[in-house]
Design a protein around this ligand. Structure first.
Ligand SMILES: [Fe+2]
Length: 697
């Protein structure tokens, strides 16, 4: 037992001298006690649900948020309002100002952590979020999930980076915190996870720790960043300590949970995707599936587990996003749609068996798989939309009016479904219904798990002023070497060349581009790296590859340069002024959260703009959203007739959005050599323009 325990402790990287001492003394009870004392932080475990059993009886457990029993009312659960009405008329010290305790929230320092996939750290002063570090950007591993072997080291490095490089509004960042928040502290936590507060405290002193539930964090982050004063909020994805499908209502600063259902659409959608070789890059999963088929009839007989490959979580995370692009190649097949409709209905009851008829289609051909993908997407929308409509109806029956619909959770990255809900359930596209419908749909910039810590912070201190979140990431991690690197490569200042006007001329393939020594194509692809990095999974013009969409070839070049599949969409960024021309309606989409259909005329003139299904999964840019990008788009529009550029994130296949100058910092990582090569192949992108922009910035 001793050797097992030692090996275990070593693996967990935990300081366990007490436990070793107990083992040496041979006392099992002492050993157990030592482990309890040293591995559990009672300040946290007292607030989490533990499966306690006593003489065979399961004891009642309490799940909580902000240290309170979970209730229907989730926001401000730990901080009821107090008024100042009891202040004496004439304080002994004379007249003056007395601050209610709650106002101290404006200087309350909070650090919040999400420790699952898409792990991240956010810090805030009061309700103002100062920065968010997505660990994938720092460690170069997409959907970063802390590994057992390096758990403590990685989290400590990340906390040190936050300490040294966070851009705080006041110029100086907190060096200690009043409250630490851990999101999604589930029923069965690893011993390591319970130690996370201690690891963080190696870098920052933290006075107290609390935990916040997963979907409460999603809901609060989305609702408080929305433009609505009241809203229906649907938080849905594939996991969380408080379920996978939660419905809330926000009214003012209060948020109430009104429903939780056992629906796991994230799992259902992703698992279908996991059998598509075009998405996984690996056809063994399909072979395995097809070899099992002859044993089964067209109905629901085959269980997932019989044919599933157990993909690592970080692989699975990428499948759903690709599926959305893949599903746009073909129109849905009536036969597959009928089966997929039943599949989602069964999945809502926890039955994830896939219909044999659909498996047959998938095994037959690539075209069959494309039809199944289209039907899977289409039926996903047709499952979600009526549910949302029904929640709205229930609210109406109770005379509760909501200004908007907020969608959040990993499934809210489904831009096609978001669009369906916007077009059918709000007055956004049908103003005649203005009196009876919510006015619009809102999806935050980080609806997936990378936004959880922000919601956790806002569970303590809801923002009373709306805060833009999209650029809360970090400046280049190695920005200090930029001037030297720029000089080494002979970089010029963009402002000396003409600023956005010069750049627009390059994008348009004008004389400046034709005369340029790097001009080997009619129009260039140019990377833009500016200021603070995007927060959330979309590149929104601060770490983007951009080009003008006047041909399908340009979209293909974009995909080739990133080694992406030919069917991946390149989402355009479009100036607000051009939205009506492109879509026939002013479809705002600040964070690439919708997919409206592009007008036929525009598709013919600019074929690189839209996806195969005729939609554009675009980012709309107004002056207030990003003035520099907005000015660039208008300058492009002046020269080409279309104030738009296609945009894809500045990363490569399977890698997170990049955030270093040379990538040498991560030289011990497998991605390094590739990224350097990638940048070199872009000719003038990094070696010229990025530096120019950054210097100007
Ligand atoms: Fe989630």
């Amino acid at each position: 037992m001793g050797s097992f325990a030692i090996a275990f402790f070593h693996r967990a990287e935990l300081d366990c001298q007490w436990a070793f001492g107990a083992l040496a003394s041979g006392s099992l009870a002492a050993c157990f006690w030592a482990i309890c004392i040293h591995f559990w932080d009672f300040k946290i475990t007292a607030r989490i649900a533990l499966p306690l059993h006593l003489w065979g009886q399961k004891l009642p457990v309490v799940r909580s948020s902000n240290g309170t029993v979970m209730s229907a009312k989730v926001s401000r659960a730990g901080r009821p309002w107090r008024s100042t009405k009891n202040l004496p008329q004439r304080p002994k010290e004379g007249y003056g100002m007395q601050w209610p305790e709650e106002l101290a929230g404006d200087v309350h320092r909070t650090i919040a952590i999400h420790k699952g996939h898409d792990a991240h750290i956010a810090i805030a002063i009061g309700s103002r979020i100062q920065c968010v570090l997505e660990l994938e950007r720092f460690f170069g591993r997409r959907y970063f999930f802390p590994k057992v072997d390096h758990f403590s080291r990685d989290w400590q490095l990340a906390a040190e980076l936050v300490r040294d490089h966070c851009d705080c509004e006041s110029g100086s960042c907190p060096r200690e915190f009043d409250t630490g928040l851990v999101v999604d502290f589930g029923t069965y936590e690893s011993i390591q996870a319970t130690q996370l507060p201690k690891v963080i405290e190696r870098v920052f002193p933290v006075k107290e720790w609390r935990n916040v539930n997963h979907h409460e964090s999603h809901a609060l982050m989305a609702y408080y960043s929305s433009p609505f004063r009241s809203s229906l909020i649907l938080s849905f994805d594939g996991g969380g300590n408080d379920g996978t499908w939660n419905v809330f209502v926000g009214q003012g600063l209060d948020v109430y949970r009104i429903s939780r259902e056992q629906i796991n659409l994230g799992k259902a959608y992703t698992r279908v995707a996991s059998f598509m070789p075009a998405l996984t890059g690996f056809d063994l999963s399909l072979q395995k599936l097809c070899s099992a088929l002859p044993l089964h009839s067209p109905g629901f007989n085959l269980t997932w587990d019989e044919a599933m490959i157990n993909w690592p979580l970080t692989k699975l995370e990428g499948f759903a996003g690709k599926m959305m692009g893949y599903s746009g190649i073909k129109a849905p097949s009536p036969e597959a749609s009928e089966w997929m409709r039943q599949f989602y209905q069964r999945a809502a009851d926890g039955d994830h068996r896939l219909p044999g008829a659909v498996l047959n289609m998938m095994c037959k051909s690539e075209e069959g798989r494309q039809l199944v993908a289209a039907s899977t997407q289409d039926e996903f929308s047709k499952f979600v939309q009526p549910k949302v409509a029904n929640y709205l109806l229930q609210l109406k029956l109770k005379s509760i009016n909501v200004e908007g619909i907020v969608l959040v959770g990993g499934c809210a990255l489904n831009v096609v479904t978001n669009q369906v809900i916007r077009e059918t359930l709000t007055s956004f596209t049908s103003p005649m219904d203005g009196g009876s419908r919510p006015r619009d749909v809102y999806v935050p910039p980080a609806p997936n798990d990378s936004g959880l810590a922000v919601g956790a912070i806002w569970s303590l201190f809801p923002p009373t002023v709306r805060q833009p979140l999209q650029y809360l990431g970090f400046r280049l991690f190695d920005e200090e070497i930029l001037p030297e690197e720029a000089q080494k490569r002979g970089a010029q200042r963009l402002s000396d060349l003409g600023g956005v006007e010069y750049l627009a001329e390059l994008f348009a393939g004008g004389p400046a581009w034709q005369k340029h020594p790097a001009a080997k194509t009619p129009k260039p692809i140019i990377a833009v790296v500016r200021g603070r990095q995007e927060f959330g999974p979309r590149a929104l013009g601060h770490r983007s590859l951009l080009a003008f969409p006047d041909s399908e070839d340009m979209r293909d070049r974009m995909n080739r340069i990133k080694f992406r599949q030919w069917w991946r969409p390149a989402a355009p960024m479009i100036a607000d002024e051009a939205l009506e021309y492109v879509f026939g309606h002013k479809f705002g989409s600040t964070y690439m959260e919708f997919a409206p259909v592009v007008r036929d005329e525009v598709r013919q003139l600019f074929p690189g703009l839209s996806h195969f299904d005729g939609t554009a999964r675009h980012q709309s840019v107004g002056r207030e959203d990003e003035p520099w990008v907005h000015a660039l788009l208008l300058a492009v529009g002046k020269r080409t007739g279309l104030a738009a550029l296609i945009n894809t994130s500045f990363n490569s296949r399977g890698k997170p959005i990049t955030n270093t100058v040379t990538w040498h910092r991560l030289s011990d990582r497998p991605s390094t050599a590739w990224l350097v090569m990638f940048c070199s192949s872009l000719i003038m992108v990094v070696l010229f323009f990025c530096f120019v922009f950054l210097r100007e910035n």
